[in-house]
Design a protein around this ligand. Sequence first.
Ligand SMILES: Cc1cc2nc3c(=O)[nH]c(=O)nc-3n(C[C@H](O)[C@H](O)[C@H](O)COP(=O)(O)OP(=O)(O)OC[C@H]3O[C@@H](n4cnc5c(N)ncnc54)[C@H](O)[C@@H]3O)c2cc1C
Length: 456
Amino acid sequence: MTGEPREADVIVVGAGLSGLVAAREVLRAGFEPLVLEAADRVGGRILTEEPLPGVFLELGAQWIGDTHHRMTALADELGIELYPQFEDGETSYEFAGEVLRGEAFHGRYAEDVAAVERVLRELDAMAATVSVAEPWAAPRADEWDRITVGQWYDAQGLSPVGRELLEICTVGILAVPTVEVSLLGLLVNVVTCGVTADLLSESEGGAQTQRFVGGTAQIPLRLAAELGDRVVLDCPVLTVEHSAESVTVGCRGGPVARGRQVVVALAPTLAGRIMYDPPLPGKRDQLTQRMPQASAHKMFAVYDEPFWRADGLNAQLISDVGPARMSNDSCMPETSGGPGIILGFLEGENARIEGRWPAEQRIEAFREELARHFGPRAAKPELVVEGGWADREWTRGCYNANPGPCGWLHFGEALATPVGPIKWAATETALEWSGYMEGAVDAGVRAAREALAALA
Ligand SMILES: Cc1cc2nc3c(=O)[nH]c(=O)nc-3n(C[C@H](O)[C@H](O)[C@H](O)COP(=O)(O)OP(=O)(O)OC[C@H]3O[C@@H](n4cnc5c(N)ncnc54)[C@H](O)[C@@H]3O)c2cc1C
């Protein structure tokens, strides 16, 4: 953007789902939004690729769950159909050097799995005492924010297999090792999703039940189309000058937009990289110093057909070896007759270590792993498509961000508290389903309403 700064009522920084929803809310209320996006596309952590005609691979967000009402309504409004995640069949487990199908695994390790269940119920009881709006005020917040999830898991008397199973499933949600998040942080994750600790179990507690026909990226694309030239791409925001009455937002090259309110719809770490004038309160800045983006890397193996289904398998694996610790069936709708697709997840340390191997080495290890679980045909995908997020300049990791120990206790209050005309969006600031698309919508609407209230 060059020339005179553009004027708008509310400037929105970031054209991810949260920013786009915020801008739409402002427009619907009869005010003018202007969205400034650093990348050359909209969608942020939503990214669909189509390597073969009609084959949509979600490098970013893929599923919604049954209680994601905002997303269901949004898809309906935008005319995007949903289809169910394929679940039928047994999961394959690889523990202690042995690959076992679901029934055999649960038979062999019945006591270990029952002990994990007991730990999940204990987490439920603890989560019931935590308010997502004020986690730091929970009766035992002080104690729980000072220890890590890993420390607490270690103290539960689990067998090595039970402990590892719990680690894999928890890392499947947090995308960082459990030593990096406080116990209170995990409980906040449970509470914000309004489910039980089953969120951490193998089924992911209903967060992954449906997908979008034609790809998730249609959602941000259609939202951006509604906003038209109110969305400006290739405009990385570097500065926000603010006073009680106005904001001036600068991208590379100088000031580009003036408005009365600004919604910053970026993950906290990225929001902390903008230069604010006057500077933000110390508490807010120290919060953004303590909310690192997590680490995940997706690997898709594409076959001519979903051959595992005939074998009674659901393409899900859980492995203590890797490189993928979990996987699932990632096919197009069953009616489409499309190819077979297995998605492997490298999360936490696997994303950081195996995710940095040369691609050839990683793909070879992935093919061997799939063959151990799903038979020799799995070793020969027609295509492997993969991607991580740490190298993406405007995201720097995923799925989301959690504060480390003492983060909620000392800094959590600053997460969504406005600073004058600056309102904070992005999924991390949501009260419901924080970390998910559902949370991005929740936060976008809330931040827009805060800005609108200030305008009024
Ligand atoms: C691999 C992966 C898998 C996922 N799976 C799921 C799933 O299955 N289900 C689910 O619900 N959620 C999933 N998520 C999470 C989901 O994608 C996010 O919760 C959601 O998309 C976040 O939206 P947001 O708008 O809050 O943030 P973002 O999408 O991060 O949007 C922020 C935007 O701001 C831009 N930006 C950054 N810095 C600047 C700057 N300085 N100036 C201007 N613009 C800037 C970015 O380019 C981006 O477009 C997944 C995420 C990833 C990456």
